[in-house]
Design a protein around this ligand. Structure first.
Ligand code: FAD
Length: 602
């Protein structure tokens, strides 16, 4: 007899775990059915979470009640805020994790939900009632009924049965490739030849709701692959699965193999290589930057040509694989398949790459599967509300022609979608959807109120030239007459806390609250302009593009966009917008560049 659930999640990868958590938080009776319970929370390749745009997604997932941020905090062995020297729109928290601690944390966090059952089993087919899915059957003959979210990788060898079954139901399947670098034994590294990179000394946590004790921190190490590595790779290129023809599918542009780097960027003198610890209780290092599908003997040869790795012992070779995905244009904006009702897809199965992208989709699918069961309207995240919204919108409207990865450049609302304001953007929605516990919402509300209060105080407090003098002295500026703190705070290099304190206001809130408020004040004008630009862009969709536009020379567009526009040569901005990889910010720049080009040739 089939066991009944409200929502069945198939596959406990990063998409599946977040989907299951959302479903459980919404009070649905949820089953997380996965091929191996021991691999829940597995960081299948690099044990690192966050980074450009992805770090913001982790914050968004956390604001909505997901587990990725909490698990990361418990497993962080090195933390860095990337891009800190640039504007806050692109600040990117990134954590190197202990692989084992992460897995343990994910499992423990899942087991907190009484209405979430974890079960081991390999789903071999869907149980259908007409065009609706009614349950799943496992290869050992068990049946489970109701709405589900297959979140497993479509191409995993043992998942072939269900993949074939889904294809037979009318969904188109396609293939991508990806690879990993070799790993080495840290005891065989010559540390005198590599550069030590320590993490930031900061109290930063991905999770707002839970403050985990951080494990001991360790450094990463930097070295590089130069001419000697290039020679070896070039000599053996034909033996590469990626270049020799064994693997023909498209790989991730932003995570290229060493073969790709050397073929596509022949002029680059050297490529950076990061040696990243796999965990606290192992010497194994992940050789980030040298992903490859060359034979093991060649991997050893080029590794030994890297400074510091001359005597490196290989613990695991790199490899490349091909996997299936279902082009995501087959999905609704709430990630339900158009062909089979009540079947939702999230994660790598939709052509994305990255743990965070998978987890973000899991959130959307998990929330909406429950709403589908309850007959409620779907919940969609707008592009100016969350990177998760950008991600899903890009997937379902543009599709993918290479593994999709999030970048800040994918968003036309980069200043609105910051890592520091994820709670403000999403916690109120999470509360409305009833995703948060009463305590979590109380904490979030308190934090948001604190920030508002601080902003109000900054707008209402006046600072005299005398009071401002000491704070402004290092910037070489001064006040000619009294001004509001909020106005003075817009000046570069001036801290909000220092200004308020100079005006005699005691600031008791923590640094994160002050930092967020400060960004809101400093970028006030830019934020307003970003919204305006977005509405103008919508009007320009009918804009005609001259066929002879020299796309490859349009430097303000991303390289990917330039190449694709050059290939397709669209006739209008509307057509350009439909080309995968051309982001709204590229379109905005294209309008400016086209006007400039017209003036030049007129
Ligand atoms: C070689 C390689 C290297 C990568 N390197 C990185 C990297 O360094 N950084 C990064 O961010 N991303 C990397 N990625 C991508 C990243 O691993 C994926 O995008 C992400 O893990 C996908 O998450 P997911 O939840 O969609 O699927 P997965 O994490 O693959 O989880 C799917 C789960 O479902 C289970 N499952 C599958 N089929 C069934 C079934 N029929 N029944 C029951 N259970 C099933 C699987 O066993 C698995 O546990 C890499 C991927 C590969 C293949």
């Amino acid at each position: 007899m089939a066991m009944e659930y409200d929502v069945i999640v198939v596959g406990a990868g990063h998409a599946g775990t977040e989907a299951a958590v959302m479903s459980a938080r919404l009070g649905a009776k949820t089953l997380l059915l996965t091929s191996n319970l021991d691999t829940i929370g597995q960081l299948s390749c690099n044990p690192a979470i966050g980074g450009i745009a992805k770090g913001t997604v982790v914050r968004e997932i956390d604001a909505l009640g997901g587990i990725m941020g909490r698990a990361t905090d418990r497993a962080t062995i090195q933390f860095r805020m990337l891009n800190r020297s640039k504007g806050p729109a692109v600040w990117a928290p990134r954590a190197q994790c202990d692989r084992t601690l992460y897995r343990r944390a994910a499992r423990a966090l899942l087991e907190r939900f009484p209405n979430l059952e974890l079960t081991q089993g390999m789903v071999s087919r869907l149980i259908l009632e007409g065009t609706q899915v009614a349950g799943v059957a496992t290869s050992d003959g068990r049946g489970f009924t109701d709405t589900q979210i297959p979140a497993g990788r479509a191409g995993d060898q043992p998942a072939v049965a269900v993949a074939q079954h889904i294809e037979s139901l009318g969904l188109t399947v396609s293939r991508f490739k990806t690879g990993t670098p070799p790993r080495v034994d840290g005891r065989s590294v010559d540390w005198s030849k590599v550069e030590r990179q320590d993490g930031d000394q900061t109290a930063y946590r991905f999770s707002f709701y839970e403050r985990a004790e951080r494990p001991p921190q360790v450094p990463c190490w930097i070295t590089w692959a130069g001419e000697a590595v290039k020679d070896i790779v070039r000599r053996h290129l034909k033996e590469s699965a990626l270049y020799g023809g064994a693997i023909a599918a498209r790989g991730p542009r932003y995570c290229p193999s060493v073969e790709d780097k050397i073929v596509k960027f022949p002029d680059a003198q050297r490529h950076q290589v990061f040696l990243e610890p796999e965990g606290l209780d192992t010497h194994e290092l992940y050789v980030n930057g040298l992903s490859t599908s060359l034979p093991v003997s060649v991997q050893l040869e080029f590794l030994h040509a890297v400074p510091g790795l001359e005597r490196a012992r290989l613990t695991r070779p790199g490899y490349a694989i091909e996997y299936d995905y279902y082009p995501p244009t087959q999905l609704t904006p709430w990630l339900e398949t158009k062909a089979i009702e009540r079947l939702f897809f999230a994660g790598q199965i939709n052509g994305t790459t990255g743990y965070e992208e998978a987890a973000g989709q899991g959130v959307v699918a998990g929330i909406n599967a429950v709403r589908r069961v309850r007959g409620l309207e779907p919940v969609l995240f707008a592009r100016d509300e969350a990177y998760i919204g950008v991600l899903v919108d890009d997937l379902i409207t543009r599709g993918v022609d290479e593994p999709y990865r999030l970048f800040t450049s994918r968003s036309e609302f980069r200043l609105l979608l910051r890592q520091d304001n994820a709670l403000r953007r999403l916690a109120p929605l999470a509360e409305r959807l009833q995703l948060l516990t009463a305590q979590e919402w109380r904490d979030a509300e308190r934090r948001l109120r604190e920030e508002e209060l601080l902003l109000d105080t900054a707008r209402e407090t006046t600072l005299s030239p005398d009071q401002a003098a000491r704070v402004l002295a290092p910037t070489g500026t001064a006040l000619a007459e009294p001004e509001r703190v909020a106005t003075v705070a817009r000046r570069p290099g001036v801290g909000l806390r220092a200004l308020l304190e100079a005006a005699g206001v005691a600031v008791s809130c923590d640094d994160a609250v002050v930092a967020s408020a400060e960004i809101e004040l400093k970028y006030d004008g830019y934020l307003a302009r970003e919204r305006e630009a977005a509405s103008r862009l919508a009007e320009l969709a009918g804009f005609v593009l001259p066929v002879e536009l020299p796309y490859l020379e349009l430097r303000s567009l991303a390289t990917e966009a330039r190449q694709k526009l050059d290939r397709v040569r669209p006739t209008s901005l509307a057509q350009a917008a439909r080309i995968p990889g051309v982001s709204p910010s590229d379109l905005h720049n294209l309008v400016v560049e086209t006007a400039r080009w017209r003036r030049r040739v007129a």
